[in-house]
Design a binder for this molecule. Structure first.
Ligand code: SF4
Length: 305
């Protein structure tokens, strides 16, 4: 046995490479070396992924995000969540490091022609009127007080996409105005922005009765409206709040914990995924993870972190 093979096998036995997968990779490398293979081709950065393709992009070189000295935004709330929705997985505490690779999914066509800024309010109003008249989901159409379309500037760099209206939103006709909405407003403020600087919309435009989770059929019926809003707004960045928005927009089955920390591409927008503010109301420890996400977003947007 060669000296280098002995060293490698000792390293496998002693660490720092615990785990069957890593062990199997190194054992395969040993086999290749024994077979005379001395070089492996470099990766071209394209990695196959279930149903999608993602491309290795740049290294994140933003500020250090170690937990001990992480700057925290002034986000706090004593409110309690009023529904059973937004159950994010408990394994979701992925922390970012400055060397984290960002990747982009290329899974959708580009945006169509840019809609002139002056024409956007009228274009949005056309879609809003169609939403208000929509009865595609019989149960939702018969139980809603009103549809909840979207709010914010018609020239946003950043659009937040949530899940569905709750009781407050159904009553007032505006997304994110309840306890979770107030927390989102604080998050936006901690980014150095105001609600008027962004656009906020939900994937579903009608409140599910009892704030139950949206049904797949309802999401299929309604996602066309969110897509048309985004097609008119054509933001540089989209932030998906919660798994419903992320999975619907990106057609992914992954958990938020797995999707965080990656910029995906949806048409012409870079998309970042994070937890829904309603989840943060009952899981305060997750706020620092969301702040990590927002710092990544701010860094990519060129905002001061
Ligand atoms: Fe129409 Fe969307 Fe409301 Fe369903 S949820 S009735 S698709 S507006």
């Amino acid at each position: 046995m060669s000296e280098s093979r002995k060293q490698l096998e000792n390293a496998l036995a002693d660490g720092p490479f615990p785990g069957d997968v890593t062990r199997a990779v190194f054992q395969h490398l040993i086999s290749l070396k024994a077979a005379g293979v001395t070089e492996l081709p470099k990766s071209d950065g394209i990695v196959e992924f279930p149903g999608l393709i993602h491309e290795t992009k740049t290294e994140y070189e933003g500020p250090s995000t170690s937990v001990g000295n992480r700057a925290q935004p002034a986000i706090s709330s004593t409110s309690t969540i009023e529904t059973s929705e937004h159950k994010e997985p408990a394994d979701s505490g992925k922390l970012f490091s400055p060397s984290l690779s960002q990747t982009i999914f290329e899974n959708t066509p580009s945006y169509g022609p840019t809609v002139d800024t002056a024409e956007r309010p009228a274009q949005l109003q056309i879609v809003q009127d169609q939403v208000a008249a929509c009865t595609a989901c019989g149960e939702l159409a018969s139980t809603r007080t009103q549809t909840v379309f979207g709010v914010g500037t018609s020239s946003p760099r950043l659009v937040f996409v949530g899940e569905a209206p709750g009781a407050d939103e159904d009553r007032l006709g505006e997304p994110f105005v309840g306890a979770a909405g107030q927390l989102l407003t604080k998050i936006i403020g901690a980014m150095g922005l105001g609600r008027d600087d962004v656009y906020i919309l939900n994937t579903l435009k009608c409140r599910p009765p009892g704030n139950r989770n949206p049904k797949e059929e309802e999401l299929r019926n309604c996602c066309q409206f969110a897509e048309r809003q985004l097609e008119i707004l054509q933001p540089e960045f989209i932030c998906c709040l919660g798994s419903i928005a992320a999975k619907t927009l990106l057609n992914s089955k992954q958990s938020i914990g797995r999707m965080r920390g990656t910029f995906y591409r949806w048409r012409g927008s870079q998309v970042l995924v994070t937890y829904h503010p309603a989840y943060l109301l009952r899981t305060p420890n997750a706020k620092r993870l969301v702040w990590d996400d927002m710092k990544l977003l701010m860094h990519e947007m060129g905002l001061k972190t």
